[in-house]
Design a protein around this ligand. Sequence first.
Ligand SMILES: [Zn+2]
Ligand SMILES: [Zn+2]
Length: 266
Amino acid sequence: MPKGTLSLNLNLSEDMRLTILGSGTNIHPSRAASGYLVRTDQTILLDFGPRTLANLLKTGVNRHRITHILFSHYHADHFSDFITYFFDAMIFTKYQGGTRPPLTVIGPRGTKKFFRTLFATMPGFTHAPFAVHFKEVADRTFMIGKTTVIPRTVTHTQNLHCLGYRIEYGGKALAYSGDSQYCDSLVRLCGDADLAVLDCSFPASRPNPVHLHAGQCGQVAKEAGIGQLVLSHFYPVTDRYNVREQAGEAYGGKIVVGQDLMTIKL
Ligand SMILES: [Zn+2]
Ligand SMILES: [Zn+2]
């Protein structure tokens, strides 16, 4: 690097990068639960399940510069590290002289009520010395800087509004299923995406009604015509099966079996 050239950790190349913070579920011996770091012109978190905060620290990303957290739904395996993260942000800004930009928390219907209740219950949470915004979204595209975010309702459990997200930046598209069954809206969300991260909770031979299994992940990938498939959200039992082979029965493209702290450039 020539003398005098600034070396900054900025993303100037219009690349989009995905880092898996957690490829497992609530209790898993070797994987954190659901969480993903997406780097565009923004640094965005998708879900924030248990043990993903520890992995976020390992990425070297400054946690105090994160401005947007997108939640698919509020099952604990997608959410619980938010509590630790927010408490730390309060200590940092209140007692350690730190500053941070406003934090915007985005999620499905019920998000505002959920956080109103949580913040009223957790000691000190309503007195954070930085701005916090809550936004409910459903099926309407919005922008964060130059990054396009397309939330779409997917079918997971009864009576719970759950979202998948599609993130577009620099001509590339990344789709994330959140937790989902096989459904048309998920296939549309993933349509022609360069990469899709799908809920591969279970192997094809041990299906569960509220999640995709590996074979269905391959089916969604094929029908949506995606560029590459990342399998994630493994229950412990699933690690005993060859999910790549099961997904590959329907889908002939590239299949990645997700691992914590794996980074993929789109
Ligand atoms: Zn769930
Ligand atoms: Zn889940």
